[in-house]
Design a protein around this ligand. Structure first.
Ligand SMILES: [Zn+2]
Length: 117
């Protein structure tokens, strides 16, 4: 898989964990993580900063815009459909993007998309 896309997926995962810590029952999270939620949160935010620094500025801005708009900026393609907006993606698009050093976005909703198989 494309390196840049892997980073965007990791960024998305970190954002999910961060928002979980911020929004959900803190005491439950505390038990699960085995450490103070404040510590976990600052660790995650530090990791996010480090990761963001390695991502292309253009992609970072796109990610931020998409995350703000949709909540999820990176989604898997399932059965050739974008799992963000459920649009069926052209076959040519999927085959031409694989292996190349490009980050693919859904032509309909604009989210970053990746093949999960
Ligand atoms: Zn889409």
């Amino acid at each position: 898989m494309n390196r840049e896309l892997e980073k965007l997926i990791s960024l998305h995962d970190l954002d999910v964990m961060i928002s979980d810590l911020v929004n959900k029952d803190i005491s439950k999270q505390e038990k699960k993580l085995g450490l103070s939620p404040d510590v976990a949160l600052s660790q995650l935010q530090k990791m996010r900063e480090e990761l963001v620094a390695t991502i292309d500025r253009r992609h970072r801005e796109m990610y931020d815009r998409l995350a703000k708009h949709y909540g999820n900026a990176v989604v898997p393609v399932v059965n050739r459909r974008c799992s963000g907006c459920f649009t069926k993606l052209p076959t040519a698009m999927m085959s031409s993007s694989s292996g190349k050093d490009v980050v693919t976005t859904c032509p309909t909703c604009g989210r970053f998309i990746y093949q999960c198989d």
